[in-house]
Design a protein around this ligand. Structure first.
Ligand code: SAM
Length: 258
């Protein structure tokens, strides 16, 4: 699977198979974890904005709890197209919008703004990180909180083993192959997806496209230092999916800011 017809922007060609690529991710447990954090830090929260919501799985799962009014946004129109299709199937009331999280434009304010699954790792520069915090501040109600997770260098080094050469095929629909690498010096984690869409009748290849995702991997200290340059204070830095403090060996850290 080396020859590709086109190289597409991140999260465009992959949108149609994203949920299959992520089929091992336990979004329900992740939703419960975000709900726990909300109960812990802002128990009367009702209005929620999700940034980088992808195909909307988390927002739809959160809506099932019947406690929140949710707006969910993503920079990729293709991911939002899939999110809306899923929302229509369950008569969801979530407002799904295509939006760059560095230019948040909604005529509403929120108790909680959150983003999950290392979406902040798509920010490669400190000033972009600061801009994200400033944008979120504009749409938070007084006392509101901002929750996001990031993945650590330790996680990238470990994850390469199962991410690199990951592949899957669904006859009559698609095949994908992932190459994953981590450069410890630049701390750039690269995932290259080669996607073949197949003809339903005989599984012959209809088109082959490629997407490259590059994430910058930060340490806890680097993220804390960036936050110090914003108007937010850190309420907690949690380890993984626990309500316990993050530490030097944490693979994923969830920040709760006010
Ligand atoms: C790893 S996916 C996570 C998606 C979703 N949160 C999930 O858990 O499945 C990262 C998402 O971040 C989005 N993204 C990356 N940069 C963005 C930006 N500047 N503005 C808005 N969304 C962005 C991508 O389109 C993609 O959907």
């Amino acid at each position: 699977m080396n020859q590709t017809d086109t190289v597409k922007p991140p999260y465009s060609a992959i949108a149609d198979i994203y949920d299959e690529v992520m089929h091992d991710v336990d979004y329900e447990t992740w939703t419960d974890y975000i709900d726990e954090i909300i109960l812990q830090h802002h128990p009367y929260a009702t209005d929620i904005l999700e940034l980088a919501c992808g195909t909307g799985t988390m927002a739809l799962s959160l809506e099932e709890l019947d406690c929140y009014h949710i707006t969910a946004t993503d920079g990729s129109a293709d991911m939002i197209r899939i999110a809306r299709e899923k929302a229509n199937q369950v008569n969801s009331e979530i407002d799904f919008l295509t939006m760059n999280f560095l230019d948040i434009n909604v005529h509403k304010t929120f108790d909680i703004v959150f983003m999950v699954f290392d979406s902040v790792n798509y920010l490669h520069k400190d000033d972009e990180f600061i801009k994200l915090h400033n944008e979120v501040k504009k749409v938070l109600k007084p006392g509101g909180i901002f929750v996001y997770d990031f993945t650590t260098p330790r996680n990238s080094r470990k994850a390469i083993r199962f991410l690199n050469n990951d592949s899957k095929a669904v006859e009559g629909r698609f095949r994908y192959h992932r190459e994953s690498s981590f450069d410890g010096k630049t701390r750039i984690h690269t995932n290259r997806f080669i996607i073949q869409y197949l003809n339903p009748s005989d599984s012959s290849v209809r088109s082959t496209t490629e997407e490259i995702h590059r994430q910058k991997i930060y340490t806890k200290e680097e993220i804390e230092s960036i936050i110090q340059q914003t108007d937010f204070t850190i309420l907690q830095a949690y380890d993984g999916f626990e309500l316990k403090p993050a530490h030097q060996k944490s693979l994923r850290i969830t920040m709760v800011l006010q």
